[in-house]
Design a protein around this ligand. Structure first.
Ligand code: PRX
Length: 637
């Protein structure tokens, strides 16, 4: 569908931006009016960043699935909502129209109801990239349950931590998930996780890979059996639950600088409004466009730009089950051509990886359906940007470099495709409603252009994080306490002579590996679980493919005789505790770590060594034992 909030020119952008700052309530009220509400809000915004307490569209009532589904049925019921491309090239793809998606979501919401799920209950979803994943999410949203999707690459331990934190009693999973040549046994991982989560009442299992599973009587149920029961009941209509604007829609766990991931909570209305607003404007969505986002739905990018934003706009979301490079490095381009995708939204890591295969995989690929290209998740280096521009966009397509975070719900800084100027490796300008501020370490605002510092946002936008689940103080400390009365992003940035923003990377102890956020403390905790490890310190270093690699310095109870074997052992531990995404790229065994007299590890030094800058370590005189540094330097990998 079309929305009158769609910005069509640079002049319009400037006007919209100016209004969003001068009259934010009026601005967002006009945007929100274009959605379907059960009851209109009484007041647009109340906020206090110091608590933090942010409320949008106060006392408004709605259900997001009525915006994603019901409102499209009359005009667009037979339009594809989801086109699904399977992992293997030989399996047929699936097309699910809005009518069909509405039906399936209702059916599965009824399954949830039959299994005792109530409004406000937390439901953990651990599935591969199949249409049943968004169906499960939307079914939760329809009946007011709060979903917590956990990326299929996380380990049993990570799932257990998340289940306990959210006190989730319901799980939706698959027997397995295909990823390239492998079938990952998801249900088995869930079984391992549930050893420490006896409070889980029900596990619903969708059969995808026919991987052998053990079904526990009374707890585990097959998706298809539960659907048959609903069919036997005559598929009773499942009216959408009326939700308050501020009722939580979902929790999504993300890494921070502490050892424990936090459950970012998003609201129903604010999230919906901003997800859709940003989708339509950044990608310049026009009705009929097929939007291909290659992210996994287990991350925020998939939540917003495969599921909610696209469906609220009445668009067609093309989702792919497998890997960009399997069975060959032309797979993504084949998918674009096969389904005639108009928008391609992917991560710089994927672009760099595909670049590595040269131009042969692009031979005979047309790519002529594409209108807009996008990147997300990590800074894009100029080389990758130019490759994307030249070989995929054929120098005729706009590329949007979209900067945002799990906590933001939607894109905050990006050019608008073909509407506002682009600049390689720059996210460029803030979307209307977003007020970036650059501050120095003391929190003093740095004004003017050609400046750099830490990136904060001074005013709330509708999809800002509301809390961290079960621990509001943590939310305050993480995002709102570093700088007074501002949301702190954790990112550093540079503002050029035109006022365009370039995001330079995290300034806290968070790594960005292949566009995935990983806390150094989390990886250290995992390494320290290995019996022989006394202490470890983890830092990032530049990695040609992944953006950042993980470098671990490890002290063992005694220096291992077989270093390679011990490294493999530690990698296995990290895989078990967190998952393969957190495996260090390099492990160096050391006898000590550079610490200050107060016992604090000087990561700056470790980072420099990992980056190979061993002759430029700066002042080491405050170290308790400066000799440690020489030892680390000589044994650097
Ligand atoms: O450091 C920034 C980086 O990814 C972080 C957010 O990670 P996550 O919450 O997992 O969300 C990723 C997808 C939205 C940010 O703090 N980041 C994200 N997009 C960009 C980026 N860095 C540079 N340029 C971007 N376009």
């Amino acid at each position: 569908m079309s929305f009158s909030f769609q910005i069509r020119s640079y002049e319009e952008y400037k006007r919209a931006y100016a209004k969003s700052v001068a009259q934010p309530e009026e601005f967002w009220s006009e945007v929100a009016a274009q959605f379907s509400w059960r009851k209109k809000w009484d007041k647009v915004l109340e906020w206090d960043f110091r608590k933090p307490d942010v409320k949008w569209f106060i006392n408004g009532k709605l259900n997001i699935t009525e915006n994603c589904l019901d409102r499209h049925l009359q005009a667009r019921g037979d339009v594809p909502a989801i086109i699904w491309e399977p992992n293997g090239k030989d399996e047929p793809h699936r097309v699910i129209t809005y009518d069909e998606l509405h039906f399936k979501v209702n059916q599965f919401a009824q399954v949830l109801r039959n299994n005792g799920v109530c409004k406000g209950d937390r439901v953990c979803i651990y599935m591969g990239m199949i249409p049943e994943l968004p169906i499960a999410m939307l079914a939760c949203a329809r009946m007011g349950a709060i979903h917590s999707v956990v990326f299929g690459g996380f380990s049993a331990q990570s799932i257990s931590d998340r289940l306990q934190d959210a006190q989730a009693e319901f799980i939706i999973t698959c027997d397995g998930a295909y990823r390239g040549a492998k079938a990952i046994p998801l249900k088995n991982v869930i079984d391992d996780a549930l050893v420490s989560c006896p409070f889980v009442k029900t596990v619903i299992v969708y059969e995808r890979t026919k991987t052998p599973v053990s079904m526990i009587k009374g707890r585990d149920k097959w998706w298809h059996d539960e659907i048959s029961k609903v069919e036997t009941q005559g598929n009773p209509a499942m009216p959408a639950e009326e939700m308050d604007a501020e009722d939580p829609l979902f929790i999504l766990y993300t890494s921070g600088s502490t050892g424990k991931p936090k459950g970012v909570v998003h609201s129903s209305a604010g999230y919906m409004v901003y997800a859709t607003y940003s989708f339509v404007n950044v990608f310049q969505y026009t009705p009929g466009d097929i939007h291909f986002c290659t992210a996994d739905i287990g991350w925020i990018t998939g939540h917003t730009y495969i599921v909610y934003g696209v469906l609220c706009a009445g668009g067609t979301s093309l989702m792919y089950e497998g890997l960009p490079t399997w069975p060959d490095a032309g797979r993504l381009w084949d998918i674009v051509d096969k389904h005639k995708a108009h928008i391609l939204y992917t991560a710089p890591t994927a672009i760099r990886s595909l670049m590595g295969y040269g131009l042969a995989p692009l031979e005979r690929k047309k790519l002529d359906s594409l209108k807009v290209l996008g990147t997300v998740g990590e800074p894009i280096n100029e080389e990758a940007w130019h490759w994307y521009d030249e070989h995929i966009g054929k120098k005729r397509l706009p590329i949007v470099d979209t900067w945002w975070q799990t906590e933001n719900g939607g894109i905050l800084i990006s050019n608008l495709a073909g509407v506002t100027p682009a600049k390689p490796s720059y996210a460029t300008l803030p979307l209307p409603g977003i007020q970036p501020v650059i501050v120095d370490e003391q929190g003093k605002e740095i004004t003017g252009n050609n400046v750099s510092g830490n990136l904060c946002i001074r005013f709330p936008w509708p999809s800002i994080i509301r809390t961290t689940y079960g621990d509001h103080e943590r939310c305050r400390l993480n995002y709102f306490a570093t700088y007074d009365n501002m949301y702190f992003t954790g990112d550093g940035c540079y503002r050029d002579e035109n006022g365009y923003y370039r995001i330079t990377g995290r300034v806290d102890d968070v790594l960005n590996v292949s566009g995935h956020r990983i806390g150094t403390a989390e990886v250290e905790n995992a390494i320290n679980m290995h019996t022989g490890v006394l202490e470890s310190a983890v830092v990032g270093y530049p990695h040609g493919l992944k953006g950042q690699g993980i470098y671990a310095y490890v002290i063992m109870d005694k220096m291992p005789e077989d270093m390679v074997l011990m490294q493999a052992d530690i990698l296995q531990t990290v895989t078990r505790v967190i998952g393969p995404i957190a495996r260090p790229d390099k492990i160096q065994f050391v006898t000590g770590l550079p610490k200050t007299r107060s016992g604090k590890i000087m990561r700056r030094i470790l980072r420099k060594i990992a980056e190979g800058e061993i002759d430029n370590l700066g002042d080491t005189s405050t170290l308790l034992d400066p000799a440690v540094v020489d030892e680390i330097k000589t044994r650097k990998i």
